[in-house]
Design a protein around this ligand. Structure first.
Ligand SMILES: C[S@@+](CC[C@H](N)C(=O)[O-])C[C@H]1O[C@@H](n2cnc3c(N)ncnc32)[C@H](O)[C@@H]1O
Length: 260
């Protein structure tokens, strides 16, 4: 779903004097009301306008008078500029992201657009949210209990050789690796290649947590080994946590010890 991003008058019913015209980039958490922080809830309620990818805007409870601007997922810079423009005209704009807005999400897009397209006069604040890696980790125990990194496997915004190089470096450094954006309907090869790279450094029996749609009604979480990871089961709603050489699967839990 997409709408044409043209700022219009603020509908009646919103507070007539916004406390401050600004853009507030808000993390909604990975799914569900349980992971929406009280701070995020308060900021959402104070906004005159909600801007974001339609899936995320739909997660925000409807408030009378608040304007909603849902876009498709591929227009980050335009969405950011639209939000900054609205704020410059006096609106208090909430830009919504899933998880934490600073992790592979809208906070960077808003700040980059503000810096590069002449919006330094518009105040921007970032409201943190629970990121998907932490939510998935909590379902199985503590796989992120020691040094870890987060990588996105999406080559839409950076070339695959850069991703492969980072994956290799992270694997060689024996970091636990949280893989965001592991695959999509059209992007299937990257995870296959990633698995091959990881298997050069990690044992086949390395635990891999496969968390899908965590926190929603469609949640599923499985622990498999790197060797048996079925990449066909992985989609855009999935996050993978690949253990380090120290990560242990014990009964139904997975953890990485605090001491070496
Ligand atoms: C564009 S990134 C956004 C990440 C988000 N800003 C965060 O901090 O979680 C989208 C990726 O996050 C992961 N993700 C988001 N929500 C998830 C959930 N509820 N369960 C599992 N993975 C999730 C998936 O890997 C998905 O492809």
């Amino acid at each position: 779903m997409s709408t044409v991003l043209v700022p219009g008058p603020v509908a009646s019913g919103v507070p007539d004097k916004p406390v401050g015209a600004e853009v507030v980039v808000i993390g909604l958490g990975p799914a569900g009301a349980q992971w929406l922080t009280p701070e995020a809830r308060t900021e959402l309620a104070a906004a005159t306008d909600i801007v974001g990818y339609a899936t995320y805007v739909n997660r925000v409870p409807v408030r009378p008078g608040q304007r909603r601007h849902a876009t498709d997922n591929r227009v980050e810079a335009e969405r950011a500029e639209f939000a900054l423009d609205l704020a410059r005209r006096g609106s208090r704009v909430a830009v919504v992201s899933s998880g934490d807005p600073g992790v592979f999400a809208m906070a960077s897009a808003v700040l980059e657009t503000r810096a590069d397209r002449g919006y330094d006069d518009v105040p921007v604040r970032i409201i943190p949210g629970l990121t998907a890696a932490h939510a998935v980790a909590s379902r199985v125990g503590a796989p992120l209990g020691h040094d870890f990194c987060m990588l996105s496997l999406s080559d839409q915004l950076k070339p695959w050789p850069v991703i492969a190089e980072r994956l290799e470096a992270a694997a060689a450094a024996d970091l636990v690796i949280a893989l965001y954006n592991p695959a999509s309907r059209s992007r299937r090869r990257q995870l296959e290649d990633a698995r091959e790279i990881l298997l050069r450094y990690r044992k086949p029996e390395t635990p891999v947590v496969v968390g899908r749609a965590v926190g929603s009604d469609a949640e599923s979480v499985r622990v498999v080994t790197l060797d048996e990871l079925d990449t066909a089961e992985v989609d855009m709603r999935t996050l993978l946590i690949v253990g380090s050489s120290r990560t242990r699967a014990h009964g139904s839990t997975v953890f990485t010890p605090r001491s070496y």
